[in-house]
Design a protein around this ligand. Structure first.
Ligand code: CP
Length: 307
């Protein structure tokens, strides 16, 4: 696929072949991401980060990826210090920022904001998370982490655990895992189960996802346990959040019944979903997963921006 100049709004914008192209390129980027090799392929290029919601990993890994490839980064500190507070629209903000940069990375609380930004920008737009919608670069780094750890994605048994209703990362990831032939099980409290449209989407791709409430049942023959945070900020009613807060936790007792090489992943930030004691076990893949955001985003920027 020719990525040059393209937007990335949804993981569904990419075919299976295009996803593997990004993963292969990301593997080549690892020594540069670690600072072991120098590379200046983005010299003279400017990336703008527009984050209307908090972020640690996505924003900093995009910035690190750009710096590691010799490019520069523009960003506003917080939306409160921009002219948005004077009533400027997202469309006008994007029109301005495209004039100052070569590519825009946008995180926004409203689903559909990245698609709208892409309509108004002549420069490529990458969706860094839009409300409960999509987070395609997180999906790419999740796929890379599974592929790197297990050697394949096809046939890998993946359990998605937690807030499957509001967690945008699991929506994109379920779709992509089904596309790449992984086996899926969804584990969530009844009120936080995977939305019907995502279940239908993965079934259209040939997956037959299991749906259970008890994590212990699902973990037994899983290869990957992907836990997510309950997205407190997206609950319309705080009382509903309190009913499910703390309803699941990955700890040593849960992992005891799992495979020796069960990989525990999490997009982070975590709150209480993974006990700190898990960090010291070989199951813990989440910090490596977070690092993988750098080579994966380097791969993407390189494919989109290189002449
Ligand atoms: N995984 C993720 O999107 O983390 P941040 O919210 O810190 O960017």
């Amino acid at each position: 696929m020719d990525f040059r100049g393209r937007d990335l709004i949804s993981i569904a914008d990419l075919s299976k072949g295009a996803i593997y192209e990004v993963l292969e390129k990301a593997r080549e980027m690892i020594p540069i991401a670690r600072g072991e090799e120098l590379d200046e392929r983005l010299k003279g290029r400017v990336l703008a980060t527009l984050f209307f919601e908090p972020s640690t990993r996505t924003r900093l890994s995009f910035e690190s990826a750009t710096h590691r490839l010799g490019g520069r980064v523009l960003s506003f500190g917080a939306p409160e210090v921009t002219s948005i507070t004077k009533g400027e629209t997202l469309a006008d903000t994007v029109r301005m920022v495209e004039a100052y940069s070569d590519i825009i990375v946008l995180r926004h609380p409203q689903e559909g904001a990245a698609r709208l930004a892409a309509e108004f920008s002549r420069k490529p737009v990458i969706n860094a998370g839009d409300g409960a919608g999509q987070h395609p670069t997180q999906t790419l780094l999740d796929l890379f982490t599974i592929w790197d750890d297990k050697g394949v994605v096809e046939g890998v048994k993946v359990v998605l655990l937690g807030d499957l209703k509001y967690g945008r990362t699991v929506h994109s990831l379920a779709y992509a895992l089904a596309l790449l032939g992984a086996e899926l099980t969804f584990v969530a409290p009844p009120t936080l189960q995977m939305p019907r449209e995502i279940v239908d989407l993965v079934m259209d791709l040939g997956a037959e996802p299991g749906q259970v409430e008890d994590p212990a049942k699902a973990v037994k023959d899983a290869d990957v346990l992907y836990a997510t945070r309950i997205q407190k900020e997206r609950f319309p009613d705080p009382q509903e959040y309190l009913k499910v807060a703390g309803s699941y936790r990955v700890d040593l007792a849960l992992l005891r019944d799992g495979k020796k090489d069960l990989a525990v992943m999490h997009p982070l930030p975590r709150v209480n979903e993974i006990a700190p004691e898990v960090d010291r076990t070989p199951h813990a893949l989440y910090f490596k997963q977070a690092f993988n955001g750098v080579p994966v985003r380097m791969a993407l920027l390189s494919l989109i921006l290189e002449a």
